[in-house]
Design a protein around this ligand. Structure first.
Ligand code: SAH
Length: 289
């Protein structure tokens, strides 16, 4: 197996194919073999797993996934990589490569089609310019046992942040609604070519088997969350008034009071069960109208 993380191997390989990195496609390729091996290992990939990989590049993580998984389906947008990937991962019989944009795929349909009888997982060194839309699509698909990805460290911290901390925001709530995130390890810039400006981190998001709260209307719930963080320096009643004009200021204040919160409560201190309580109260008032 070609050690594509070895810079002595990678550079001639890229040169041979006349390949130049595309900044616009978020290309930072791994040049430290321990990283893809650790990602595949810590993700818990085994022969029962069907793994969706996003952005295989020249295949360092792809190789490690193929060595362990029942099947790997890798989605890559840059077709210039086709002859290289063929050389680095073409021998794996459990690999299927789809050439296209991950954001244009119907992910639940793809998983159902490609991984029958397997436990779906997602695993990737993500292109950082579209981290949020990709992660949103993966979580909303609601079909992966685990999503294990490398992202900018700062994003990893936001995903896993607890209420009341500076990193906590609407994206934390979104991710934690569907999954339980766990930070695995940091990856310094010198593990990539070209080097990114920031430190990266690998995070695993485990799908919640059951959601320990009751949300009667998910759209209303996420609207409450977005409204409360849109004005995170202000009292929650202001955010709710702006996000739900039909309530009016008095109505928003009353919702918080009925839910048992102090008048000056701030959204950034609330967890998912608290946001759920508020959203359910608003939903039931809408229904009563
Ligand atoms: N996994 C490789 C490459 C990571 S760089 C490694 O770790 O070395 C990110 C990869 O995502 C690149 O190969 C890039 O071409 C690909 N990519 C960028 N945008 C994409 C998109 N919209 N859909 C699928 N792949 C994409």
């Amino acid at each position: 197996m070609l050690n594509v993380c070895d810079i002595q191997v990678m550079k001639p390989l890229l040169a041979q194919h006349g390949f130049h990195f595309s900044k616009a496609k978020g290309q930072n390729f791994l040049i430290a073999p321990w990283v893809p091996a650790s990602i595949a290992q810590e993700a818990g990939v085994d022969e029962t797993a069907g793994v969706l990989e996003i952005g295989p590049g020249i295949g360092p993580l792809t190789q490690q996934l193929c060595l362990r998984a029942g099947k790997v389906c890798a989605v890559e947008v840059d077709t210039r990589l086709e002859p290289i990937l063929k050389q680095t991962a073409g021998d794996f019989s459990n690999l299927e490569i789809l050439w296209g944009d991950i954001l244009k795929q119907d992910i639940p349909a793809l998983v159902a089609e490609k991984f029958p009888g397997l436990r779906p997982m997602a695993c990737a060194n993500l292109p950082y310019y579209i981290t949020t839309p990709i992660l949103s699509a993966l979580l909303e698909a609601d079909c992966f046992d685990t999503v294990t990805v490398m992202v900018q460290k700062e994003v990893a911290q936001r995903i896993a942040a607890a209420p009341g901390t500076a990193d906590y925001g609407a994206f934390s709530v979104f991710c934690q609604y569907y999954t339980e995130p766990e930070l695995l390890f940091d990856v310094p810039p010198n593990c990539f070519l070209p080097q990114p400006k920031v430190t990266s981190a690998v995070i695993t998001l485990r799908r919640r088997a059951a959601r320990p709260w009751n949300v009667t209307d998910e759209a209303a719930f996420f609207h409450v969350v977005r409204s409360s963080f849109a004005m995170r320096r202000k009292k929650l009643s202001n955010g709710l008034t702006a996000g739900f004009p039909e309530l009016g200021k008095a109505g928003a204040e009353d919702v918080l009071k009925v839910c048992g919160f102090p008048e000056n409560v701030r959204g950034e201190t609330l967890g998912i069960p608290e946001f759920a309580r508020i959203a359910n109260e608003i939903t039931s008032r809408r229904a009563a109208k």
